[in-house]
Ligand binder design. Structure first.
Ligand SMILES: Nc1ncnc2c1ncn2[C@@H]1O[C@H](COP(=O)(O)OP(=O)(O)O)[C@@H](O)[C@H]1O
Ligand SMILES: [Mg+2]
Length: 392
């Protein structure tokens, strides 16, 4: 069983890559499901067939599904939302603002991911390919269980047991709405749905994330940030896919400067995604729509490689506490066991690591940006860069 998450900024080619990956997997005989959790669904446009909220057959071995996240949210969160609306109403917050606060950003996608988990549990498919929402959204929701607990603790400060006891008392002395059994049931069901999603998606044997980008400055910057954060949260990024690369055959002088610009960006991508697999797709002469053209994309992207395999075994970055101090270490795997000639350079929010001819750049997570580097050492194939808070 494999799950492949395809993510990246809006418009970079996520849906095209998802659909192409899915067709290739199916052609190789894997029972495949491709589903989109991005509310801006376009799988249906990519395959050029109508699709809905239930899996629909596209080609042999391949089903596709566009999750209706609104409906999923309503099913699972309806009662809780009604209770929260009442509560906000009681506190004086009314109308649309109150309603907006009863659902937090990214929540609808959590329910979509619950569907991924259900499919995974059913064992019906060998591989599930997920066309995810744009980067920031996906990130937020991948780190969600913790955020969610915080939110729930604030929203439901009383446990079910306590509520049962205080409800009759409170209702006599105050009009504050106390959650009833149905709301607690809904909350429990919600936790139930969440349960296991993160485990499944951070199981590096099961799930790989693939980051799609274009050779453009802003797009690369965002993809690199996502790479850092996915790695830190324990998700394996097994490939960086650069889409819309100008092919060398394009020799019109109008594009000369573009060739130069892309060449520079491609070099930055190699350094920024060192340690994972980097592959390219050229800018085709037309939009790649329908199974036949998607097969052409897949061939360009994967060649003879089975796209359901792990494309690299990159170890994610980790942050560890240093013993008995407030220092933390950023742990990065490096392809050398013992070398002392490490050159570390920090520039803005980036860390450049050079060891001999090996050069890698890493976008630092926000938590490390306010710290200074105290030292670094290589041990057991890993580079440990120690960060300290000034004045501690
Ligand atoms: N390499 C490419 N060459 C030509 N057209 C492409 C290429 N990649 C994507 N497209 C086209 O660009 C449009 C946007 O791609 P899409 O996959 O929907 O992006 P996203 O899902 O990231 O928003 C689609 O019309 C698609 O056919
Ligand atoms: Mg899309």
């Amino acid at each position: 069983m494999r799950i492949i998450l395809i993510t990246g900024k809006g418009g970079v080619g996520k849906t095209t890559v998802s659909a192409a990956t899915a067709i290739k997997a199916a052609d190789l005989g894997h029972s495949t499901l491709v589903m989109s959790t991005d509310p801006a669904h376009s799988l249906s446009d990519a395959f050029d067939i109508p699709l809905g909220d239930t899996p629909t057959s596209v080609v042999p071995n391949l089903d596709a599904q566009q999750i209706d996240s609104r409906q999923r949210l309503e099913e699972s969160w309806g009662e809780v939302r009604d209770h929260l609306t009442e509560l906000f109403d009681w506190s004086g917050l009314k109308g649309i603002e109150a309603e907006e606060l009863t659902v937090f950003p990214g929540m609808d996608e959590v329910f979509s991911l619950a569907t991924v988990r259900e499919h995974a549990r059913s064992g019906e498919y060998d591989v599930i390919i997920v066309d995810c929402a744009p980067t920031a959204e996906t990130l937020r929701l991948l780190s969600l269980p913790e955020v969610m607990s915080w939110y729930m603790d604030k929203m439901f400060p009383l446990s079910r047991k306590v509520a049962k006891v205080v409800r009759p008392v409170i209702s006599k002395i105050s009009s504050i709405p106390v959650a009833n059994e149905a709301v607690f049931d809904a909350v429990a069901r919600f936790y139930d749905r969440l349960d296991g999603i993160r485990e499944l998606l951070s199981d590096t044997d099961v799930t790989s994330a693939r980051l799609v980008m274009n050779p453009e400055k802003m797009v690369i910057a965002e993809a690199r940030r996502t790479y850092t954060y996915l790695s830190l949260f324990g998700y394996a990024v097994d490939s960086a896919i650069v889409n819309r690369v100008l092919p060398p055959e394009v020799s019109d002088p109008y594009f000369d400067r573009w060739h130069e610009i892309q060449a520079k960006h491609l070099k930055d991508i190699d350094e920024g995604f060192r340690g994972t697999d980097v592959r390219r797709i050229r800018l085709f002469e037309e939009e790649m729509i329908g199974p036949e053209l998607l097969r052409v994309v897949a061939q360009e992207l994967y060649g003879d490689t089975d796209p359901t395999e792990k494309l690299s075994d990159a170890q994610p970055l980790r942050i560890e506490n240093e013993d008995e101090s407030k220092d933390v270490a950023l742990v990065i795997s490096v392809p050398f066991t013992e070398r002392s000639d490490i050159d570390l350079m920090r520039h803005g929010g980036e860390l450049f690591v050079t060891i001999g001819s090996y050069r890698r750049s890493i976008v630092l997570p926000d938590s490390l940006q306010r710290r200074t580097i105290r030292g670094a050492k290589i041990h057991g194939g890993e580079l440990r860069v120690v960060f300290t808070l000034d004045g501690s």
